[in-house]
Design a protein around this ligand. Sequence first.
Ligand code: LUZ
Ligand code: MOS
Length: 769
Amino acid sequence: MKYGDLDLHARGQARFVDDLPEPEGLLHAVVLGSPQAHGRIVRLDTGAAARSAGVHAVLSAADIPGQNQIGTLVADEPLLAAESVDYIGQPVAVAVAETQAEARAALRLIELEIEALPAVLDPRRAKELGELIVPPRTFCLGDVDSAWKRCDRIVAGRADSGGQEHLYLETQGSLAVPGERATMRVVSSTQSPTGVQRVIARVLGVAMHRVEVEVTRLGGAFGGKEDQATAWAALAALAAATCGAAVKLVLSRHDDMTYTGKRHPYSSDYRIGLSSDGRILAYEVEFYQNAGAAADLSPAILERTLFHCTGSYYVPEVRATAYCCRTNILPNTAFRGFGGPQGMFVIEAALFKAAAALGVDAAELQEKNLLNEGDTFPYGMRARGCTAPRCWREAKSRYDYVEARRRVREYNRTHGLQKKGLALMPVCFGISFTNTVLNQGAALVHVYTDGSVSVSTGAVEMGQGVKYKIREVAARVFSVKPERIKVESTGTLRVANTSPTAASTGADLNGRATEIACRAIVQRLKQAAAEELGCDDTEQVEIREERIYFAGKETELDWQSLIPRVYTRRINLSAQAHYATPGIYFDKTREKGEPFSYHAYGTALCEVTVDCLRGTYEIDAVKVVHDLGPSLAPQVDLGQAEGGIVQGIGWLTVEEVLYSEQGRLLTGTLSTYKVPDIHLTPKNLEVQFLENTENPLGVFNSKAIGEPPLMYGLGVYYALLAAMQAFRPEEDLPVRAPLTPERVLMTLYGDHWTRLKGLDRADLRVVPG
Ligand code: LUZ
Ligand code: MOS
């Protein structure tokens, strides 16, 4: 298990849901999505479809024995549309047949009549119409209204960021196998086995103990399977319960892209006030989140946007307001960063514009306002163990920012159509679920009589190497070779009430639980060893590299010989443990508290070259200093950092989610949606981990890595904007992501470009989503 499942992936031997051996009599389910963005269902006739060849059932809302409700935070999402449809692709019916082709053919025979209602796609319009999923929330620090008059410079503007397709390699899918006495065993590609279990129990109208959910690994998730794996698992379970047969529901790539939610697009207004020497005195921001047609995790994501609205900076007076806007597009969902990147995008826009207004380098403003130890965040928490200044200084010196800036200025002075841009980008990301209750993990550890060890936890492996880290934790606590330890699949029978593996906390929470369980066993082993050795001082016993020591001296016992003797003594060789992050809380009535266990910090230096004739660009370098603490698995963490950086760059540059004015996704294929590839990968990508740091709040002093590096992508965006600004120094450039090459060109040449192409502006009227 070198680096988790890597060896299996390399050989093509890792099994995903669609690769599992098929149970006898397996049926296949295919979903019919709404063709209308908004409307009333007037007629739904599944008769002809149900009678077509190979079909066992065609299910609609009326066939659900329990509740037709899958909403996690708000009960606003039916599993199958009942009276109305609210977005294109919303599941309306599901055909269950002996083959997938027969199920697909049956869908075409379903008669569905919808009376169209007006569709709203724009979040600002939704807010005007009062279409908010939850009431607005505001985070305040100090008194922003009185601060404006003290400001020497005030800059206001708008910043928009786009959606992002998760594009996990394994599409959403589930295999449901009915058992005796109304039980259901489900294999699901989910980050949240318990979430799937809960929803299936609700939909089938049975107790949770009737439903077992099992997850071996996911082929990627990135947040897309935190909440949105449940619908497909529940539909498979519903079909399996109805037909009394095993049912597989695996989305095709096209169905996955057209039926699942994405990163939330945001439109935001900001106002920033500074002193003449560049200190931020006041910041006000309004976030309009395009939530789509149902709550999903949107309110939690919006909350994290508020938590990160000041980025890596200390701002004494802040007012940030967030609107969760209901529109008639796919319900958007968790995506690596969980609203944090969208919040940071706006304060960086404000600083970019403020720097232009003051005629200074943006990095000067960033540096002057960078978080320091003890600084207060808008939510009342203070920065502790704040390595932001160290990362910033080290990135600046290690990558010689001053020389880079000189070189870029010289290049821009001597080049007319090619311009370079440079940006430093600090990142500060809070680690913990902002919803305090979710910050718990659990582990179940067995030592078998041959000395081998089995570890089950609540963490789901999705390619992020969490199993490798858990194994490392167990190997360190037992002080045995990692080969002795097997980290198991994630199953609700072994570990109950799991939080989704999300918020970068999988290794922290479940690693800590593993540590506690292993220590409990070690304590019993030491006691048994002392008895075996005829000594009574357990404290003097030590297990080190598989050998048993007493009072510092090697004994005749080793791990291999000790374990069977412990069993003979009838001592428990298993332990279950639970870990809950200490000290965190949040008071939503005051919007103040200590929501995070700690923060992750780092700084990136980004350099790009823009071809200002063609609009194309190259990313010359992204060089990072990131505070990781002492890593449990440096190669895994390096992979997470590099992957996150490229994913962040993709979000802000080439990945563009577009809807037609009728609310139809226009970018639901890999020919219309550009995925970041090797050409977009920075030519020089370097990640250095900050040395000599530790994090007493992490497992073995390590720090979470999953999400924070994605936000270095912001540095590439602002480097591109800087290069464009060098070409058009007088212009007030719009801050709007993604900055595709087309968008660069249209921004640099305005309407001139559309006229050149002989296009009508209307041809380009698509709605960012
Ligand atoms: N999921 C969640 C998350 O429910 N709460 C969070 O704070 C969070 N943060 C990042 C990613 N997923
Ligand atoms: Mo997430 S965005 O599933 O950590």
